[in-house]
Ligand binder design. Structure first.
Ligand code: ADP
Ligand code: MG
Length: 687
């Protein structure tokens, strides 16, 4: 669409429009109103509804106008019609306004009225001079998202022009087959667009404002459909690569299962069956394994790994932090060494000699399982025959990193199977939309015998009681974490706080064995401290949030989190998940400092009231919206501008089904639909 009218606009204007995401005539047309103003009617001033009833328009004559200084300089005018007087007030104004609103001038005023000091008043209304015969608008006035340098009026005009030109253009043609329009009772595309830009006079404004009008529903459906199409196409694309078929052999897996001290939960068995069946085909698995903290994802990963190893394929296990990677390494080693499976270890801080040794083992195919951090992505890492990649806490890795590992496949058109694990449960609406390019398995059950963690919210001023509690617990043979506050602005400051906390607690508890773990320690020290803690040689572990992910020390049953009000919900949930892993009931003390912001108060309430990770995630999503929730995944995935996953669940379900139908039966329509909504933004995520 290079030769469309957009490119003939002046370049400065084009640049400004690009800031609004508008790069073509079509994108001008798809730039839909935020809301509408009703300038089709006039209210008598006496009948103006009070309070939050939305905007109303009145017309009258200025009978008084002056600049006054009441707490600050402001322009106050009185407008009179046949029924009463309205005060209008401007806190920012130009000298030209003072001049224009002179006594006798007729004005049309649009705004939200409320009862002020003098009676009905509007602050900063839209206000313009009119004549007695100035006609009223005959349609609702759309209000568009704008940017500096482009006014409402200018943008509205550009859109109108684009609309009239676009009317006959190919890019406005219906993309959906008639049968689908009928079945889902969808309004036509062109019709919907026209209606939203130029609503007819008789329309119910509420249906437009709440975006429940069929025209809005059509647009939201289209947007969701484009997202589904894009994600499903990439899914299919990846499926078209070849992967080794890793048959179920069940030699080693059965031996491992027999040595475990526990039996798999029903949920673990279910997800394992899904994974096993994926692995046995020649299409690369791309599965996301979700399960709340402590639901037992690691053993599932180990059993999946064994299926690859039994077929003489190597497995890479990646974790986002050294502590977690090290812990996985120890765990896998303890499970796999007795089976005669060699496990290799790669980390960034490893000595060169050790590293070379491991690299050789991997390249020669002696090491069948490789555990590591980001170090696994490095170029020197050559696998002999990589069959499966397991990524723990997948949301911590960027898209590019995962991509790099893919390149480790030996032949072209070849991809290893991939299992991604996440302890941040993803609400269903999100996993249906933003994760539609993956298969999802959920462990929806915790192993038996877990006692729920009791959460206590305690004001910082009652710190001494908490200290007494910690001493008691440790003296009774239990172990505890003391988590230092998160200081986002500065890592150095965070470290300083952690060291100070450690010193303070060492003085407070001269009788306890205390240690400190933080992100700046080298890997060896970190792992020495963690293993001392897991062997019970350390009673109280002071820690920064490095322990947030994955750490598993069942005997630790008390956790104190300082400045809990600074932490995000998923972080709090993850931290809290470190305790209550053994049979002992866990206690999590959230120390907070007042004053609490609205959002902090809300977060603390949610974490206090809920222990189910999915419920917490749902609430978190409501609090923050999908953008932040998705984190790194956001880059590259088509985000939604119009559809609202809470409100439009039914449309999402429909879009999912229709996407499959289009890809199967109407590939050309699918292509056109994608082109309209995503254009070249469709070239994303290939992992
Ligand atoms: P997460 O899903 O958070 O990664 P882990 O895999 O670390 O959880 O498991 C948490 C703890 O639960 C570990 O100590 C693990 O050995 C134990 N566990 C896993 N599955 C079961 C089970 N079916 N029954 C009892 N304990 C289990
Ligand atoms: Mg884990």
């Amino acid at each position: 669409m290079k030769n469309d009218h957009f490119s003939s606009l002046n370049p400065q204007l084009q640049q400004k429009l690009v800031r609004l995401g508008i790069r073509s005539e079509l994108e001008l047309i798809l730039h839909l109103p935020l809301r509408y103003e009703d300038e089709t009617r006039l209210y008598p001033i006496r009948d103006i509804p009070d309070g939050k009833t939305g905007q109303v328009q009145v017309e009258g004559v200025i009978i008084h106008c002056e600049v006054i200084t009441r707490s600050r300089r402001q322009l106050v005018c009185q407008v009179k019609d046949a029924s009463g007087i309205l005060f209008i007030r401007f806190l920012h104004f130009y000298p030209s306004q003072v001049k224009a609103y002179s006594i006798g001038a007729r004005v049309r005023v649009l705004g939200e009225a409320r009862t002020g000091f003098f009676g009905a008043e509007m602050v900063h209304p839209k206000c313009r001079i009119v004549h007695e015969e100035s006609p009223l608008a005959d349609t609702l006035t759309p209000v568009y998202p704008i940017t500096a340098g482009v006014t409402q009026t200018a943008l509205a005009k550009l859109i109108q022009q684009a609309l009239s030109r676009g009317h006959s253009r190919e890019y406005m043609a219906e993309t959906l087959p008639e049968a689908i329009l009928q079945h889902y009772q969808l309004l036509g595309f062109r019709e919907s667009i026209a209606l939203l830009h130029q609503p007819p006079p008789d329309i119910t404004i509420d249906l437009l404002q709440s975006r429940t009008h069929p025209a809005w529903r059509r647009i939201k459906f289209d947007e969701l459909l484009a997202q589904q199409l894009s994600m499903r196409m990439h899914y299919r694309q990846r499926r078209s690569y070849r992967a080794p078929a890793l048959q179920e052999r069940n030699h080693l897996t059965h031996v491992l299962l027999a040595t475990l001290a526990f039996e798999l939960t029903v949920a673990q068995k279910k997800v394992l069956a899904e994974i096993k069946s994926d692995l046995s085909t020649t299409s690369p698995m791309q599965r996301l394994l979700q399960g709340d903290v402590g639901s037992g994802k690691t053993i599932v990963a180990a059993l999946a790994a064994l299926q690859a190893i039994e077929n003489d394929y190597q497995v890479a296990v990646m974790a986002p932090t050294e502590i977690l990677a090290e812990q996985h390494y120890q765990k896998f080693l303890s499970w796999f060494a007795p089976l005669g499976v060699t496990v290799a270890w790669l980390s960034g801080s490893q000595k060169k000699k050790q590293r070379d040794l491991e690299l050789n083992q991997i390249a020669a195919g002696h090491a069948m399982l490789v555990v590591g951090t980001h170090a696994l992505f490095q170029e020197q890492v050559r696998f002999f025959r990589l069959g499966l990649v397991i990524v723990d806490e997948q949301h911590r890795f960027g898209v590019h990193q995962r991509l790099a590992l893919r390149e480790k496949g030996s032949e072209p058109n070849w991809l290893p199977h991939q299992l991604m694990m996440s302890a941040t449960p993803i609400p269903r609406t999100l996993s249906m939309s933003y994760y539609a390019d993956l298969d999802v398995s959920v462990i929806d059950q915790l192993p038996p015998g877990r006692s729920p963690v009791v959460t206590k919210l305690i004001d910082e001023s009652r710190r001494s009681e908490v200290i007494a509690r910690v001493r008691e617990a440790c003296q009774a043979g239990k172990q505890a974490y003391w988590v230092c506050p998160l200081i986002e602005e500065s890592e150095a400051l965070q470290l300083k706080t952690a060291v100070e906390t450690y010193e303070f607690l060492s003085q407070t508890f001269p009788d306890l064995k205390i240690n400190l773990v933080h992100g700046r320690l080298n890997a060896q020290d970190k792992s020495a401290i963690m293993s001392a803690f897991s062997q019970g040689e350390v009673q109280l572990l002071v820690a920064t949030t490095v322990i947030e992910v994955g750490v598993d020390v069942p005997n630790a049953c008390l956790m104190v989190i300082e400045h809990a009000e600074r932490m995000g919900l998923s972080q709090l949930h993850q931290l809290r998940g470190r305790i209550g892993r053994g049979s002992e009931a866990g206690i999590c003390v959230l120390l907070y400092q007042k004053p609490l912001s609205q959002i902090a108060r809300e977060r603390l309430r949610i974490i206090f009231e809920h222990s189910d990770g999915f419920e917490i995630a749902r609430q978190d999503l409501k609090l923050r919206g999908p953008g932040e929730f998705l984190g790194t995944r956001q880059s590259g995935i088509p985000m939604l501008r119009f559809a609202d996953l809470q409100q439009d669940m039914d449309l999402l379900e429909a879009a999912r089904t229709v996407a499959e139908t289009l890809l199967r039966d109407y590939p050309e329509a699918a292509q056109r639909h994608l082109q309209r909504w995503l254009g070249d933004k469709n070239a994303y995520l290939r992992v």
